[in-house]
Write a protein that binds this ligand. Structure first.
Ligand code: KIV
Length: 274
């Protein structure tokens, strides 16, 4: 029997993530590059190619300027860098809201051109018809409710949701609508703990929290935030590293050695044959 190649790709699937409801916590991080995808791949269940790349990679204040082409380019990079995590690509603002048909056309491009295993879109009740349309056509959809950054202008800022009963009821209705429409999981962002707990108990699909307490079925963070690379982070982020400071220290040492002509040294220099 021929040996299986050691580079074999066996990724987690959307149904496998859905089956983790109420079980071992689901671990997720964002990644936009092949090299970070390679590093996180062995430790997470899914990698989100988030439209937060607009903030993190491009320095935009919001995710609104992000385009489908940007998502496809970085989605491809993450697919090349990973081999076992489910890769979920975010649908950017303007690529899916118009109609279920328009959403399908954008989603089909993302899936054909990246090979990702699922897509994510923002919105609850208002996107339920589109989620159902996509799911019926074979697309695994991760929903995103609560604080939805693409609606920043309508929300009047990046505001924690569910603080008052009417906002909490709206988020609860959103959760029930996306689950009933066939989403395999839902990101719950920026909501108060009792609401995250109630939503997680009420729906049969995994909730993936970000700023939504430990009550969810899983957690996701933006990689650069938890690594200490982002200049400002929200309260819910724990910094597991201080990469910004480490990079600055390394760059400072390099600049100083170039200026003092101590780099490149003999070991970094090509010699001619004697
Ligand atoms: O774009 C993103 O990174 C996201 C996460 C914050 C969930 O949607």
């Amino acid at each position: 029997m021929p040996m299986a190649p050691t580079t074999e790709i066996r990724r987690l699937t959307a149904p496998e993530i859905a089956a983790r409801k109420g079980g071992e916590p689901i671990v997720a991080l964002t990644s936009y590059h092949a090299h970070t995808a390679r590093i996180v791949d062995g430790h997470v269940d899914f990698i989100l190619v988030g439209d937060s790349l607009g903030n993190v990679m491009h320095g935009f204040d919001t995710t609104l300027p992000v385009t489908l082409d940007m998502m496809i380019l970085q989605g491809n990079a993450v697919m090349r860098g990973s081999r076992r995590s489910l890769v979920v690509v975010d649908m950017p603002f303007g690529s899916y809201e118009e109609s279920p048909q328009a959403a399908f056309r954008s989603v089909a491009r993302v899936i054909k051109e990246t090979g990702c295993g699922a897509i994510k879109l923002e919105g609850g009740v208002r996107m339920a018809e589109t989620i159902r349309f996509l799911v019926e056509r074979g697309v695994p959809v991760m929903a995103h409710i609560g604080l939805t950054p693409q609606s920043v202008n309508a929300m009047g800022g990046f505001k924690v949701q569910g603080k008052d009963p009417s906002s909490a009821e709206a988020v609860q209705r959103d959760a029930e609508a996306v689950a009933a429409a066939g989403a395999f999981a839902v990101v719950v962002e920026g909501v108060v703990e009792p609401l995250a707990r109630a939503v997680t108990a009420a729906i049969p699909i995994p909730t993936i929290g970000i700023g939504a307490s430990p009550a969810c079925d899983g957690q996701i963070l933006v990689l650069e935030d938890m690594l200490g690379l982002s200049p400002r982070v929200p309260k819910f982020v724990k910094r597991y590293g201080a990469l910004g400071a480490m990079i600055e220290e390394a760059v400072e040492a390099y600049a100083s050695e170039v200026r003092s002509r101590t780099f490149p040294a003999a070991e970094h220099t090509y010699k001619q044959k004697a």
